[in-house]
Design a protein around this ligand. Structure first.
Ligand SMILES: Nc1ncnc2c1ncn2[C@@H]1O[C@H](COP(=O)(O)OP(=O)(O)OP(=O)(O)O)[C@@H](O)[C@H]1O
Ligand SMILES: [Mg+2]
Length: 205
């Protein structure tokens, strides 16, 4: 857990409640957190889901691991410590999006259970919905897909600490949804997430 460095800081309340904000927007904020091996399909699912939500008139926004590492988290690498900080920061950012009433669709390998649990805890404490979606794909299949050629590099020893090869992936134990991306079509995966949102009352204003 990151330490609180600053002292003499006081939370400044606004005048608009979250409920008022959501009512004005006609939608509810939520964090959808996809996790899984590289190449499992997190980004692919996120892109399709964002479109499906937009078609339903819902404002969604993708927070994608690689994209965030181009900016906010460009000073972080792939050591265990940096991976933890990567997820902690993006958990906070996603919380802000959800609080703002946006459907935040995250795609981060987020290999460590404790890191994901911390993000869940951040949301629980803020009373914001958090849905962990495990995009499950056998390593052999993800490696066969290898959309970015990263497994090939990792096997050749050109990338160290690659999840699934020489760094662990800790499977979720209590994910709200598990999508077997080697068995389901992309359309089925998106529909399952929409069904989950619907069942939680998150698709009505
Ligand atoms: N059912 C499916 N769902 C999602 N992706 C699929 C499916 N079937 C095949 N694929 C393919 O698998 C690949 C998944 O790559 P993608 O970049 O989405 O993975 P990722 O989990 O975001 O990886 P990374 O962690 O490296 O960013 C794509 O090439 C996609 O077309
Ligand atoms: Mg991705």
């Amino acid at each position: 857990m990151a330490e609180q460095k600053a002292t003499n800081i006081t939370w400044h309340e606004g005048e608009i409640s979250r409920d008022q904000r959501q009512a004005a927007l006609g939608q509810k904020g939520v964090t959808i957190w996809t996790t899984g091996l590289s190449g499992s399909g997190k980004s692919t699912v996120a892109v399709a889901l964002e479109r499906a939500l937009l078609e339903r008139g819902k404002h969604a926004y993708r927070l994608d691991g690689d994209n965030i590492r181009h900016g906010l988290n460009k000073n972080l690498g792939f050591s265990a410590e940096d991976r933890t900080e990567n997820i902690r920061r993006i958990g906070e950012v996603s919380k802000l999006f959800a609080d703002a009433g946006i459907i935040a669709i995250n795609s981060f390998i987020s290999p460590y259970r404790a890191d994901r649990d911390l993000v869940r805890q951040q949301h629980d404490e803020a009373k914001l919905p958090f849905l962990e979606v495990y995009v499950e794909c056998p390593l052999e299949e993800a490696e066969k897909r290898d959309p970015k050629g990263l497994y090939k590099k990792a096997r050749a020893g050109e990338i160290k600490g690659f999840t699934g090869i020489d760094d662990p992936y800790e499977e979720p134990e209590n994910a709200e949804l598990v999508l077997r991306s080697d068995q389901l079509s992309l359309e089925e995966e998106v529909q399952k997430i929409l069904d989950l949102l619907e069942s939680r009352g998150l698709l009505n204003g």
